[in-house]
Design a protein around this ligand. Structure first.
Ligand code: COA
Length: 262
């Protein structure tokens, strides 16, 4: 780590990495440069064995991410739009596929690409002033970073369809009720809450956490029987790790385990 970024910040706090999208004059909208930086930061975090959890949020007190950058997109043609969507989808896939949990801390607008980033994370917390949605139809386009598909898999299908087709945005309480976010906090308590959960995750066996994350992502696209077969193999595979021995011995000895990710 230690790269200089212009549109994001990457901060470390022990086993926690905090990625902050920081383009406040554009409500943290995602232009190409920001997506490229996000991809680099996520690749660093993914490869850094000392990091066990990532928190993603937006700078300032108004927005998580207010969408893809409309200023940049307005004059685009087919090929540029395709490349942009590919880049955005790579960033979302990087969040989903990295072997450590990602928590979205939605501190305001999470629109378009912002909603798509949030639902590529393992789960999300929101501030009371969050507004979450896929308003692309207002601009004559559709989500391009996986929103039409991930939203369908995250919340009831009818609601996902309504959000994408009408552009209706959800306030925090509704997002909580439908399970789009797991908890809602006052704006000044949101990051602390995300940190507290992240610290708790960082104390679990990292190989087990990584496997659980991967299995639950893969399983969504598999028939139940195949997904359960994969679970059995993964379960058994963890018995070949030092972490399993340490976790169970520590439990029996009534002491705290020291997981090493081996
Ligand atoms: N792309 C580029 N710039 C954006 C942006 C986006 N998605 N969202 C906000 N901004 C910029 C605005 O252009 C404005 O810049 P300016 O001061 O140079 O004009 C600045 O951020 C502040 O936004 P503004 O619209 O003035 O704030 P607001 O409080 O009136 O409204 C929103 C906030 C989020 C409701 C409104 O900005 C909005 O609808 N944004 C677009 C959301 C969207 O459609 N996202 C999906 C894109 S695919």
């Amino acid at each position: 780590m230690g790269k200089a970024f212009e549109n994001i910040r990457l901060e470390r706090d022990g086993a926690l990495a905090l990625v902050v999208v920081d383009r406040q004059d554009r409500l943290n909208a995602l232009n190409t440069a920001t997506l490229v930086e996000l991809l680099a930061a996520l690749s660093d975090v993914s490869a850094d064995e000392s990091v066990r959890v990532l928190i993603l949020t937006g700078a300032g007190d108004r927005a998580f991410v207010a969408g893809a950058d409309v200023h940049e997109m307005v004059d685009r043609g087919y090929l540029e739009a395709l490349r942009f969507a590919e880049l955005g989808q790579k960033v979302c896939a990087a969040l989903e596929e990295m072997p450590k949990p990602c928590i979205a801390a939605i501190n305001g607008y999470a629109l378009g690409g912002g909603c798509e980033l949030a639902i590529a994370c393992d789960f999300a917390y929101a501030s009371t002033d969050a507004l979450i949605g896929q308003p692309e139809v207002n601009l004559g386009i559709i989500p391009g970073f996986g929103g039409t598909q991930r939203l369908l898999r995250r919340i009831p299908a009818g609601l996902a369809r309504e959000m994408v087709i009408t552009g209706r945005m959800l306030e925090a309480d509704e997002a909580l009720r439908v399970g789009l976010v797991n908890a809602v906090y006052a704006p000044d308590e949101l990051l602390d809450a995300a940190h507290e959960t992240a610290r708790a995750i960082a104390e679990k066996g990292p190989l087990a956490v990584a496997r659980a994350k991967r299995l639950m992502a893969l399983g969504l696209d598999l028939p139940l029987g195949a997904a359960n077969a994969l679970e059995r193999e993964s379960f058994a595979g963890l018995f070949a790790t030092e972490d399993q021995t340490e976790g169970m011995r520590a439990f029996l000895a009534k002491r705290k385990p020291e997981f090493r990710g081996r």
